[in-house]
Design a protein. Sequence first.
Length: 418
Amino acid sequence: MKTSEPPKVEVVCVGSELLSGRVDTHTAFLARRLAEASLRLDRGTTVPDALDAVRDAVAAAAARAEVVLVCGGLGPTFDDLTREAVAAAFGRALAYHAPIYAGILRRYGRYGLRVPSNNKRQAFLLGGARALDNPHGSAPGQRLEAPGGRLVYLLPGPPSELYPMFEASVLPELKRRFGRGLQAAARVFRFYGLAEAACDQRLAPVLKAFPQVDFTILADLGLVELHAAARAPRLAAAEALLAKVERRVAAAMGEAYFSREGDSLPEAVGNALMKRGWRLATAESCSGGLLSGALTGIPGSSRWFVGGATTYSNALKTSLLGVSTSLLRKHGAVSEEVVRAMVQGTADRFSTEVSLAVTGIAGPEGGTKTKPVGLVYMAAKAPGRLEVSRKIFPGTREQVRRRAVAHSLSLGLSVLRS
């Protein structure tokens, strides 16, 4: 049955590890997929592997929301207590189902493995629940209709199991039941080179002009994302609305706007290279291979990425890139003069149209008054174009290195767009 108002959806993530430093990726995934289906996540709760905590969190969520997604705690070990906790929350008994256990036996048998005795716990279903198929693991999910027609889904914790199960067994039902006849479209616009506050100022008139679109702005280490979601009776109408948003965003953000498709910086660089039929190589010092790693992390990067040199020592800068020893003695490895020589040497040695180079002081040691920790020089070269940038990046050693990579990629995109 379809309702006039969108349902309230809550997520309960179960796992003591999520309260001990491990990042919860489930909530972000579920929120995004729900939004793309014209549904909205209202609240997320994280609880430890404790029966009382899980029971109380699920009961509270079901009192507020029409849909509750419980993630994790379906494994075979002593601390996997979600089944027992949800049974206690709704006064349901747990019953052993032989067909489920037979499926677990078959899965282990395919790999020639013996089934541990505690895996039998995974074959217990809540009273009135339906098992959800898990082709990627041994823990079946469960779908339960609680009092008041509340839908409660028990989903496995590993992303490789949770995500496919949600797509195959949960999202289709939610669309049928709560779709309201609306089609959703979503886009992610990415910016670099402006602080989040500056992006917010530029985008404010755009957001005000489209009150019917849901916007969210996010920032991380110099990158800013604007997420936009539109809903309409027809998908074409929702897409047309976002196309209008895109034109306004592009006009407002100028060169800071680098991705219309939600591409990452490395993907945007790769797409620009393929469009021109050019190839790229890198030379790195303080980033220690992170730049080439970011580029080769893109599927198909072999079509446009030739290779890179990690020239941490001055001797390698000279022998591999042709940076003169006199230049290094006079200006030091962290200097505009040296990064210019590095980017030119990279283009010459690798015979590529485009080259990127980075040298700096990532810290926490090695800084001076004139060359503090965080000082990084970056350069990008393309036919007829050379850009050099000097930055003092704040943060830890890892943050300085990551910022240097992001800024180097933005320089590369800039010379490719010229």
